[in-house]
Design a binder for this molecule. Structure first.
Ligand code: GCV
Length: 689
């Protein structure tokens, strides 16, 4: 009987589930009920808010909805009060955010009580690593939506339509800022032609409450301006930046400011001139100050002559605490290395007490399977935001140390490295849309939990609204049970699955070089900077595996506040998820579950593969509830993920086995790939397998 019902539902789905390509993201059209919108003021932003209500209203038929702009001290700049039929805010943008919240609640059947909503961070920004030739660094969803190689300065209607769709998607989740170009910045971004195109983009984004920012190259005064130097204390250099900033604001009066990667990975910076990060950041901050602009200065720095890359950002920036202008924010990646599947939080969070600090998350999947893996990153960011730094006593979470709750920051901000490209579905993988969505939601409310975010996203992205409209309660119950629940569970487990099959127990940076995709624990060509090679991180040898960052090793543990420093330092109290991050341990070290470290490592790899296999089953069963295009796209990607998970498992277990000299537990699956072939086939991008 069950199978007959399943077949009927399946046939029904083929006929009735509309074809979808994912371009509409979480904003798929819905049939609106008639509504009367009352709003005394007018502005481009308010017009958008009104139109969204008319197009998407799911409340009572012919209800009257009031939008009111009114000074209200309980509300921050973008905040709003939400009632069943009302939105009140201090600003037009606040009204727009309130309208999107109201519509989302209607569509996901969440209650609407009279409540206040204030954003956790003032600046909620997407960093696009988009190059001016149209390529995207670490982008896996096609070329840039902003820049292109051919005919780079013509602004077409197609461009404008896409920018508008992008802006709307961002506004709907509270994102209010975009850095339009790569942090590995070309000086050309500050030339007249590119600034004019930036102005055109800003004009489209503005009504959606989005300010544009630019990543700038610190050497621009010499490379673009033809000065002899870019020394931040040089008078001519200071003048050059002032003039440049003036030019920018004459084109874009609400320009947000600069993002700077300086003295990092070969990018020029103040250190080229014997100056400090503070000298460089403050010079730019002074130029922006009269216009209300800010500088986001990145703390992503490391060199090859340090015993432990994980310590370097802290070592370099802590002595500068308190030396930055109040319109400088130090942008810190979630972990001390570089967007790995799992890292402990960066010790800079909460430690810099007299300087504004903002978290930087990576939405694009550089180290997490590009656009091929299903990994819901919200759980990773939640883990970071909720980590307790103990810097001001218990409860000093990363979230509270960066959102102004603990330290009096003049500006608060959070950045996500964007995963947006020209692909029809914007993000390369249908489920990568959930990561864009989750970033926006967490930037708005850094206490949200990932399960709620997943729940919202699935409902908005996949619910078959034609059934909803027909009021088919049975369909909804069936959908909740057989689609929503298992898909949500899969998303919630997906990050742990990736950690398991890639870098369990605190391992990190053991991927194949350059492409950062497949496994490459062996990769260490002669002459290569050691901190770019996996053996620098895993330290596998006959005596064991893991990076000793205890007080007896690199002492990175001491960068954390007590009780964390002691907890991480002591192998008995160090959380096992960070074990090999902080400790170098013998292969027969006894884990809490009684297994040897070696056996447990093998079990984790196997578990990761099994989890992906389980995801395949979940998705196949979900087939009847999804349109065929998106269903097949995800199905294909899960197959790739499964093949890769097996490859990661085989590569890492066989490679490490050379040192452990212990058998892969016999109850586990045998490897199906040979180590020598995997090494031979590794071209450095892990894609050759
Ligand atoms: C934009 C890593 C990435 C680089 C990136 C860099 C950064 O090293 O591999 O592509 O450069 O981080 O965040 O600046």
């Amino acid at each position: 009987m069950k199978s007959i019902i399943a077949s009927i539902i399946f046939l029904f789905s083929i006929v009735f589930v509309n074809a979808q390509n994912g371009h509409e993201l979480w904003l798929r059209p819905v049939k609106a009920n008639p509504v009367n919108v009352i709003c005394k003021q007018n502005s481009p932003t308010l017009s958008i808010a009104k139109q969204e209500l008319l197009d998407r209203w799911q409340g009572d038929n012919n209800a009257s909805v009031t939008l009111t702009i009114k000074k209200d001290k309980a509300l921050k700049k973008d905040g709003f009060r939400l009632g069943k039929n009302s939105v009140q805010a201090n600003t037009d943008a606040g009204i727009l955010y309130g309208v999107y919240e109201l519509l989302r609640r209607q569509q996901t059947s969440e209650p609407i009580n009279n409540e206040i909503f204030n954003p956790s961070y003032e600046v909620r920004i997407l960093d696009h690593w988009d190059n001016l030739n149209g390529t995207v660094e670490r982008g896996y969803a096609g070329n840039s939506i902003f820049w292109r190689k051919n005919d780079p300065f013509t602004v077409t209607n197609t461009d404008k339509k896409l920018w508008q769709e992008y802006a709307r998607a961002n506004a709907s989740i509270g994102i209010n800022a975009s850095v339009l170009d790569n942090v590995n910045a070309s000086p050309l971004i500050l030339s007249a032609d590119y600034l004019n195109r930036t102005k055109e983009i800003a004009n489209v984004l503005r009504p959606y409450g989005i300010k544009v920012y630019l990543a700038v190259n610190f050497a621009s005064p010499s490379t673009l301006g033809k000065l002899n130097t870019a020394d931040p204390l040089d008078k001519e250099v200071i003048e050059w930046w002032k003039e440049k900033v003036k030019e920018i604001y004459s084109l874009i009066p609400d320009f947000g400011g600069f993002l700077v990667k300086a003295s990092s990975e070969g990018q020029p910076g103040p250190q080229n001139y014997g100056r400090s990060h503070a000298d460089g950041a403050n010079m730019l901050a002074d130029a922006l100050k009269p216009y209300g602009g800010i500088v986001m200065w990145r703390a992503f720095v490391y060199s090859s002559n340090n015993e432990d890359r994980a310590k370097q950002a802290y070592d370099e920036f802590m002595p500068l605490d308190g030396k930055f202008r109040d319109n400088v924010i130090i942008q810190v990646k979630n972990g001390p290395i570089d967007f790995q599947p799992r890292e402990p939080f960066s010790p800079l969070f909460g430690a810099m007490k007299k300087t504004s600090v903002m978290p930087e998350f990576q939405i694009t999947m550089e180290y997490l399977g590009h656009a091929n893996y299903l990994v819901f990153l919200s759980t990773m960011w939640e883990e970071c935001l909720k980590s307790d730094t103990y810097q001001q006593g218990k409860g000093s979470t990363v979230a509270r140390c960066t959102d102004g709750s603990i330290y009096p920051q003049k500006y608060t901000a959070i950045a996500g490295v964007s995963n947006v490209g020209l692909d029809t579905n914007w993000n390369g993988h249908q489920f990568n849309q959930a990561n864009w969505y989750a970033f926006g939601r967490l930037a708005w409310n850094n206490t949200l939990n990932s399960e709620q975010i997943a729940d919202e996203w699935i409902k908005l992205t996949f619910y078959n609204d034609s059934s909803q409209k027909s009021g088919d309660k049975n369909y909804t119950a069936d959908w909740n049970k057989n689609f929503l629940a298992p898909v949500k569970k899969m998303m919630m487990e997906s990050r742990e699955a990736a950690v398991n099959f890639m870098t369990p127990l605190g391992l990190h940076h053991i991927m194949s070089a350059n492409g950062h995709y497949g496994p490459g624990p062996w990769w260490a060509p002669k002459g290569m900077r050691p901190e770019w090679t996996p053996p620098y991180y895993h330290h596998a040898g006959a005596d064991g595996i893991g990076f000793d960052r205890t007080t007896k090793g690199s002492d990175a543990v001491s960068q954390y506040h007590e009780p964390l420093a002691s907890q991480f330092n002591n192998v008995a109290t160090c959380p096992e998820k960070y074990l090999l991050w902080f400790h170098h341990l013998p292969w027969d070290y006894k884990m809490k579950n009684g297994r040897t470290l070696w056996d447990d490592l093998c079990y984790h790899y196997e578990e990761g593969v099994n989890q992906v296999r389980e995801f395949q089953k979940v998705w196949d069963k979900a087939g009847p509830y999804v349109d065929s295009t998106r269903f097949m796209e995800v199905q294909r990607k899960l197959r790739i993920q499964c093949v890769n998970a097996i490859l990661w498992k085989d590569a890492c277990t066989l490679y490490f086995q050379q040192f452990s000299k212990m058998p892969i537990p016999y109850e586990l699956e045998r490897p199906v790939n040979n180590l020598d072939e995997m090494i031979y086939n590794d071209r450095g991008d892990g894609r050759s397998h």
